[in-house]
Ligand binder design. Structure first.
Ligand code: ARG
Length: 467
């Protein structure tokens, strides 16, 4: 230690041969974001064209320089799109890679583009544009998933299945009703997406480094050109804020949790023990050793993607926590989390839409299961309240005794004789058998939002007008 030479040597010893060039190579590696932020090239170019056009309109740069800049940027766009562009890590990020190339192409006029802006508002703009577009894509994908569920619900408005609580048979429901539960969940996700788009619909460009600028820029003009409702109102907040990314990740996490619950149900339903659905070949795989197997891999992977997405939310929340205003380089860590989650979420929604559309619903298996496990016990209790005037708590007790007797006789409730039932409570008549079937049970549940086919059809009709 002490003189510069031994300092360098000891660093090299610590970090190993990979950093043969010494600490500056390490700096470059930790600092550069081009490896992932090149994804923002189209947004960066769009933002720069809007900025240059505004600068020229305001007389801050000449029309001639503006034309050169716009033409140069268009050239760069096609170079990147056609794979000819050479990204350089030495130039750190997408912003400097593009600006350096612009300077190669058009010379000194390129240097005027960065008037009245900073990479701080530039990256806030590019990333916000990207997230907004991603949310618009998610909105459309959720609409397709909802449409797939609406079709299945319509087809199976009358199909009975067991409804569960604690994954124990609870009461019979219709498969259409179960599908509509997912329509509600994904419908809320889509609402969250729409609200988030509204929240982030403000243009950051022109906030400059953090304090705004003395140049007579027109932020309303750039906001309009870039499709934002209006410019952001506080330049310090503008370059500090990553709420829009956190909101995306929160929405993605909640949606992933919904997808994961659906995935889990599909995994359970497709077991030979349940046998409620048969997955299409397109969304399942075989086993290399057990020829009889058909595995729900796509559903399992959707379930697992939730881990990555939720992890990204926690990662970015933790990056942002405790950062002083305004920009800090920590914020460069925002992008990979969002990009990875976006890719995972898109894949998960697409896979689920395909599975829901393709899977075969095994109506007979669902119906057989719907009637087992004394699923109509509540209907017996309700009948005793309605027809025999019992308080519900007493009716619950009487029904409990009927279930115990059926269990003892190893039969269903509807298979008990009238004499058996009357021995438990004398007011029971043979009319009770009319409510003990699963069809009667579901048909009776006509309360708003209930499982009766007539009600489910109303729910479907309501959603059809809201796409
Ligand atoms: N690559 C940077 C990021 O993603 C761009 C902004 C850099 N700003 C700065 N002041 N160094 O955050």
């Amino acid at each position: 230690m002490g003189d510069g030479t031994s300092e360098t040597k000891s660093s090299n010893q610590m970090w190993g041969g990979r950093f043969a060039q010494g600490p500056s190579a390490i700096m470059e590696e930790i600092n550069a974001s081009i490896g992932f932020d090149k994804k923002l090239f189209a947004q960066d170019i769009r933002g720069s064209i809007a900025h240059a056009t505004m600068l020229s309109h305001q007389g801050i740069i000449s029309a001639d320089d503006k034309d050169k800049i716009v033409h140069g940027l268009d050239t760069i766009l096609s170079e990147i799109e056609s794979g000819q562009f050479e990204f350089s890590r030495r130039l750190e990020d997408i912003h400097m890679n593009i600006e350096a190339r612009l300077s190669d192409l058009i010379g000194p006029a390129a240097g005027r583009l960065h008037t009245a802006r900073s990479r701080n508002d530039q990256v806030a703009l590019d990333f916000r544009l990207w997230v907004k577009e991603e949310l618009q894509k998610c909105e459309g994908m959720l609409t397709s998933l909802i449409a797939a569920f609406l079709d299945r619900a319509e087809e199976h408005a009358e199909t009975v299945m067991p409804g569960f609580t604690h994954l124990q048979t609870a009461q019979p429901v219709t498969f259409g009703h179960h599908c509509m539960a997912y329509v509600e969940m994904f419908g809320r996700d889509r609402q969250r997406v729409r609200h988030a788009i509204e929240h982030m619909d403000e243009s950051p460009i022109g906030a400059a480094a953090l304090a705004g600028t003395g140049f007579p820029i027109d932020r309303h003009m750039t906001a309009k050109a870039l499709g934002f409702r209006e410019p952001t109102r506080n330049s310090i907040d503008t370059v500090s804020d990553r709420d829009f990314a956190l909101e995306f990740l929160s929405i993605a996490s909640i949606c992933a949790v919904h997808l994961s619950r659906l995935a889990e149900e599909i995994v359970i339903w497709s077991t030979p023990q349940f046998g409620f659905v048969r997955l299409s070949d397109a969304f399942s795989t075989g086993s290399s050793i057990m020829p009889q197997k058909k595995n729900p891999d796509a559903a399992e992977l959707v379930r697992a993607k939730t881990g990555r997405i939720n992890g990204s939310l926690i990662a970015l929340l933790t990056v942002m926590k405790g950062l002083p205003l305004a920009y800090s380089k920590d914020m460069q860590e925002d992008k990979e989390q969002v990009f990875d989650s976006a890719e995972s979420l898109e894949l998960a929604i697409a896979a689920m839409t395909g599975m829901v559309r393709d899977m075969t619903i095994r109506v007979d298996r669902m119906k057989a299961a719907a009637g087992s496990g004394y699923s109509t016990a509540t209907d017996l209790a309700d009948w005793l309240v309605r027809e025999a005037g019992l308080p519900f708590r007493d009716a619950h007790h009487v029904t409990g005794r009927a279930v115990a007797l059926a269990e003892q006789k190893a039969c269903e409730l509807a298979e008990l004789s009238l004499a058996d039932l009357q021995a438990i409570h004398p007011d029971i008549t043979d009319k009770v058998f009319g409510v003990l079937t699963v069809e009667a049970s579901v048909a009776s549940r006509t309360s708003f939002g209930g499982t009766a086919p007539s009600e489910v059809r109303k729910q479907i009709a309501w959603w059809r007008t809201r796409n």
